[in-house]
Design a protein around this ligand. Structure first.
Ligand code: ATP
Ligand code: MG
Ligand code: MG
Ligand code: MG
Length: 476
């Protein structure tokens, strides 16, 4: 099954169950300053869950453009290292706004995945997780759906730690949230990885495909949990992940949507189309960058624009690593438009603009990229230990335009890390200098800093709230 056919099947299945097909919203969240980019299908329905907005329907189905490259759900560091994470991906989702709840959501998901008429996945390859105290979800899975009890795993709330399962879903530090139940697919023992909740869960063997969230609460800025006006459902299934399964491959990068992109990247960089992770990073980044530009983001030195700039610079560095001569990144846009332009006409309409923006950015960064890399090489020769000092990270940032995550990416390839705190101190010192000279100081890295702070606070709040949860049942 092609990805386009899976997307269409998902729509049709849920339309048969009374859902209204709703278009993907923009990657720039409308009226939501708490959110960097659209990171899940439910974002555009936030007010429906909160009871602030009424629509003509109480059931919806979407395929939502998502970017996870900053904020609460940040997968930038994973890209190139796992078979399942992208900065840009499509999330298939079905939603109930005070209509059906747990029971129907679980039955629908299982039917779509396993019935012969739909995806017909082998049941014995599927595993399920539930929130640790959600006995009702457990009974639905075991007694009604018939999943063997040993395949239903109870998981708590880890506060959003990276790479670890978490069965309490939240879109951000505030907003709608609730316990969830996830479905995993076993790609087979030839792939490294363990069951959700086990120490090896960050491997690519058992891949999470579908999250069913039982929306119950609104978390406010003070950390309080308020019950939603009505229990609701929000689900998300990664199109690329389910495509990999349906196309009998073990990596998202081997699916139809990535084939032509990868060969275009190879051609543009002059590198052979092999298993090199840099090819995958670039094929991933061209999607997020192009879709972000199509939705109106422009590279800049702060906010959303800086995240875009960081991704572009990262792609440039990987191209350089592959031996690309001159600008290459913008040349991949045509292949993307060819592959995805039909489903997303905004790519077609904005192709020229996307190419222009990328080319300009590349040319600008090319001036300092090579020089910066040379300086870093020299500094690394003298390095003692495995941590690149904040002063070096700052010099690369300040003089050569290397975002901190770019230096961290290089460091990781050599089993080194960067001194993030030291970097922040240098940043702060620079801000101080700028203030005392009373010049106009741009906070180039405001975003990076805000990210780490909110994530930390989010973690603490998360833990505290987990204790006061009352898990709702159907009909309560
Ligand atoms: P993971 O644990 O694998 O990082 P998640 O728990 O963060 O995924 P959810 O927030 O539950 O993901 O999102 C719902 C679904 O979206 C996931 O089950 C997965 O299929 C898909 N998904 C999430 N993040 C990504 C990503 N970075 N790239 C591709 N698909 C993703
Ligand atoms: Mg994740
Ligand atoms: Mg997960
Ligand atoms: Mg999940």
């Amino acid at each position: 099954m092609k990805s386009a056919e899976i997307r269409e099947a998902f729509f049709r299945f849920f339309e048969e169950k009374g859902h209204t097909r709703v278009a993907s919203s923009s990657l720039i969240p409308a009226n939501d300053p708490t959110l960097l980019f659209t990171n899940a299908g439910m974002n555009q329905f936030k007010d429906c869950f909160l009871g602030l907005e009424k629509r003509a329907y109480t059931r919806a189905v979407t395929s939502q453009k998502c970017v996870r490259a900053g904020g609460k759900h940040n997968d930038l560091e994973n890209v190139g290292y796992t078979a399942r994470h992208h900065t840009f991906f499509e999330m298939l989702g079905n939603f109930s706004f005070g209509d059906y709840f747990k029971r129907d959501a679980i039955h629908y998901a299982w039917e779509f995945l396993t019935s012969e008429k739909w995806l017909n996945l082998p049941k014995e390859k599927l595993w399920v997780t539930i929130y640790e105290s959600d006995d009702e979800a457990h009974d639905i899975w075991v007694k009604e759906v018939g999943v063997p009890a040993e395949r239903v795993i109870r998981i708590g709330d880890n506060g959003g730690a990276p790479y670890a399962s978490d069965n309490f879903w939240a879109m951000g530090d505030t907003g709608p949230c609730g316990p969830c139940s996830e479905i995993f697919y076993d790609h087979g023992e030839h792939i490294w990885g363990g069951l959700p909740g086990s120490p090896e869960e960050d491997g690519d063997r058992y891949i999470e495909i579908w999250n069913n969230v039982f929306m119950q609460f609104n978390r406010t800025a003070d950390g309080e949990m308020h019950p939603l006006p009505a229990p609701s459902v929000d689900t998300g299934m990664g199109l690329e992940r389910i495509s990999a399964i349906m196309q009998h491959v073990n990596s998202n990068y081997d699916i139809d949507l990535f084939k032509s992109l990868l060969s275009a990247v190879a051609q543009a960089t002059g590198h052979v189309n092999d298993d090199n992770p840099s090819l995958k990073v670039i094929a991933d980044h061209i999607r997020s960058c192009s879709f972000l530009i199509a939705d109106g983001v422009v590279p800049s030195n702060d906010g959303r624009g800086y995240v875009l700039r960081r991704i572009i610079r990262r792609a440039c560095r990987h191209g350089h690593k592959l031996g690309a001569q001159g600008s290459f990144f913008y040349k991949v846009v045509a292949a993307l438009v060819e592959e995805m332009g039909e489903a997303f006409p905004e790519l077609q309409h904005n192709q020229a603009q996307i190419e222009r923006v990328l080319k300009t950015e590349e040319e600008q960064f090319a001036k300092t990229l090579e020089q910066g890399l040379r300086i870093l090489e020299q500094d690394l020769e003298d390095l003692e230990g495995t941590v690149i000092p904040g002063a070096i990270v700052f010099k690369l940032y300040d003089t050569y335009g290397f975002p901190m995550d770019l230096t961290a990416d290089i460091a990781r390839e050599r089993d080194l890390t960067v001194d993030e705190e030291g970097f922040e101190r240098e940043m702060e010192a620079q801000r101080e200098r700028a203030r005392s000279a009373s010049t106009f100081g741009i906070d180039y890295n405001a975003l990076v800093k805000v990210d780490s702070e909110t994530e930390f606070l989010g973690y603490q709040k998360h833990q505290a709230n987990a204790k006061v949860l009352m898990i709702l049942k159907d009909g309560e």
